[in-house]
Structure formats: structure tokens, C-alpha cells
Design a protein around this ligand. Structure first.
Ligand SMILES: [Zn+2]
Length: 57
């Protein structure tokens, strides 16, 4: 069991007190994947990257 105050970011592995669930884009097929938890930095980075990818499509 992971305690809320000792969670590790699934992307960088950093231990942080607060994680954000990686469910940014509604088109993200979350049903087939386990939810990813990201620290603030990774969440922001992924969000920016995802927005950029969508713009390029
Ligand atoms: Zn991270």
C-alpha cells in the first residue's frame, strides 16, 4: 500500500506528497492502461507535449 504522503511519480520516480493522475486527454485510452501518476513537473511536461502532438496532427 502506498501512503498518500509517500507516493512515487510513475514517470521520474521522484517521491512527492502530491501526484496528479495522468488523464489529461479524453482521447487517452485509459481503460486499457493502468493509471499513471505524475508529479507536478511530469504532469506539466506531459500535458504540454500532448497538446503539441495534438496540434501537429
Ligand atoms: Zn515526475
Amino acid at each position: 500500500m502506498i501512503y498518500p504522503n509517500e507516493m512515487s511519480c510513475d514517470t521520474c520516480g521522484k517521491k512527492v506528497s502530491e501526484l496528479r493522475r495522468d488523464l489529461i486527454d479524453s482521447s487517452y485510452n485509459a481503460l486499457n492502461k493502468p493509471p499513471l501518476w505524475n508529479c507536478q513537473d511530469c504532469y506539466r511536461e506531459k500535458k504540454a507535449r500532448r497538446l503539441k502532438e495534438r496540434d501537429n496532427t
